[in-house]
Ligand binder design. Sequence first.
Ligand SMILES: Nc1ncnc2c1ncn2[C@@H]1O[C@H](COP(=O)(O)OP(=O)(O)OP(=O)(O)O)[C@@H](O)[C@H]1O
Length: 245
Amino acid sequence: MEAREPVIIVEHLYKGFGKNKVLKDFSLTVHANENVVVLGKSGSGKSVLIKCIIGLLKPDRGRIKVFGKDIPDLSEEELDEVRVRIGFLFQGNALYDSMTVRENLEFPLRRHRLNQTQAEVDRLVMDALENVGLPHTVDMMPSELSGGMLKRVALARTMILQPDIILYDEPTTGLDPVTAREIDHLIVQLQKKFHTASIIITHDMHCVKNTADHVALLLDGRVYTEGSYSDLKNADDPQVRQFFE
Ligand SMILES: Nc1ncnc2c1ncn2[C@@H]1O[C@H](COP(=O)(O)OP(=O)(O)OP(=O)(O)O)[C@@H](O)[C@H]1O
């Protein structure tokens, strides 16, 4: 993809549940090869935003375009074609406990690309694990891995279909500070290597500092302010400052 090509465009998005108006005139653009952090408090609507982007929730109003396609207008088949190009790193990793690391990584391949030989599958699994520095864990069970290793394996599984977009849901939550910084580093490393566009949902300010090309602060359902990490860090506005204290 061209470096500055917009891959996700959200315009004037409104989404509520009854009286609970969660997103109100929310707009955001993510370009190819760009890490955009959406910074917001718990319950501010970050997950609702992600679900609208991947077409799991229909907006009440507004436009969402991914790879130039109007998401709310797509059929389920068309949505599946878009979703294959979007990787998702879940907060809880979503690995299958009863499967080995290898089987967990093979899972998306078997689901989406049915005509690969076993040798090709093996190579893709090992490449994906090498990208996250864990080739030696291939025959281990998730229960044998630390929290940081589980996150890396989950990221390898997300990357195995070579997505153009990765959506990270609080990638460093629950990790110790050293491991959290390793995950930040890995996010940036993978972005540089594969030129993916990402939305990183977090309220970990170290993660913001280390990964963000652009930060959007979600407050009261809309982008309250946006800019670089240092733009936000140097802001005098108390609504922005609270995230740094
Ligand atoms: N399917 C739904 N039906 C009704 N209300 C919902 C639904 N999904 C989300 N909400 C409401 O939308 C609001 C925002 O929820 P959301 O999960 O997006 O928050 P969040 O910013 O991701 O929070 P957290 O950081 O705690 O995960 C909450 O008030 C939640 O109760």
